[in-house]
Design a binder for this molecule. Structure first.
Ligand SMILES: Nc1ncnc2c1ncn2[C@@H]1O[C@H](COP(=O)(O)OP(=O)(O)OP(=O)(O)O)[C@@H](O)[C@H]1O
Ligand SMILES: [Mg+2]
Length: 279
């Protein structure tokens, strides 16, 4: 009778979530300028999965990512990455963890212009004075598909190639998890596809865990699961998304939000043209 429960417990123990947010709250400012960017968010990210986070502009997506990646401190609540309670680490411990266990990809690539693609990729290891795991580096470079561009500087690469270098840099330390905040926000559709294919490959073939913030249903459809945020709270959770199911879910959340009369009034970004808010 108890067999299924035991099995479930064993499976869970064997594959605990790679990242956990517990009752995460983030408040900016005070008085008239007080903004509750996160309002008690609890999520679990499965190891070896590709998760997308969506929601209207100002709903708290970047704040959630920054808190989970140790780039910002929550006002309340806890974050665990691969079992490490990152919200209670000292600044020094956090820096070390960020360098070795966390990868981050920004919308604006953030490559060092004077370094070659290869030097940019290995930068986190060089900064940590670590040793390059050549087999892993070869696997990442193979997956990123830039073997013939490694000696080029960022200015000699296309936007898509630069972002793939940034993704490889985020993966080079073999991090517990990679967070990417609108990694395709500055890219055309062909370059976006290249970057997303690489991130998908890093999950399927290299066993990485990836979380991507996006406004684009096409990007979200690359993921295994989509979490929807509104007003600093999780309002939806969609498994095995398709472009159509993501658009339907966005429309539903937008209508519900409007019905509640609490629709985010922050200025919409240009990304809304991609259909993020559907309002
Ligand atoms: N440093 C800050 N100081 C004050 N308020 C902030 C700060 N950063 C974010 N906010 C506010 O917190 C809320 C959530 O912002 P956040 O950047 O997380 O939204 P987002 O969902 O990433 O939006 P977008 O899709 O436009 O990037 C917004 O109302 C924003 O104005
Ligand atoms: Mg953002």
């Amino acid at each position: 009778m108890s067999a299924p429960t035991q099995t479930a417990a064993v499976v869970n123990e064997k594959n605990p979530p790679i990242a956990i947010a517990r009752k995460l709250t983030k408040v900016y400012g005070s008085g008239d300028t007080r903004v509750v960017a996160l309002d008690g968010v609890s999520i679990e990210i499965e190891r070896g999965s590709f998760t997308a986070i969506m929601g209207p502009s100002g709903s708290g997506k970047s704040t959630l990512m920054h808190c989970m990646a140790g780039l910002d401190r929550p006002s309340d609540g806890h974050v665990f990455v691969d079992g490490n309670p990152i919200s209670t680490l000292s600044e020094r411990q956090l820096t070390k963890l960020r360098r070795t266990r966390l990868g981050f990809v920004f919308q604006a690539f953030n490559l060092i212009p004077t370094l070659t693609a290869l030097e940019n990729i290995t930068l986190p290891i060089d900064l940590a004075r670590g040793k390059v795991d050549q087999a892993w580096l070869d696997a990442v470079i193979d997956a990123v598909g830039l073997a013939d561009r490694l000696g080029h500087k960022p200015s000699e690469l296309s936007g898509g190639q630069q972002q793939r270098v940034a993704c490889a840099r985020a993966l080079v330390t073999r991090p517990s998890i990679v967070f990417a905040d609108e990694p395709t926000g500055n890219l055309d559709s062909v370059s976006s596809h290249e970057v997303l294919t690489f991130l998908r490959k890093s999950v399927d073939e290299l066993g990485q865990s990836v979380v991507v913030v996006t406004h684009d249903p096409g990007t979200a459809a690359f993921a295994d699961r989509v979490l929807f945020l509104a007003d600093g709270a999780v309002v939806g959770d969609l498994c095995d998304p398709t472009v159509d199911s993501v658009i339907d879910a966005l429309r539903e959340h937008s209508e519900r939000s409007r019905a509640r009369g609490r629709h985010t009034t922050n200025g919409a970004t240009g990304d809304s043209a991609k259909g993020d808010d559907l309002r």
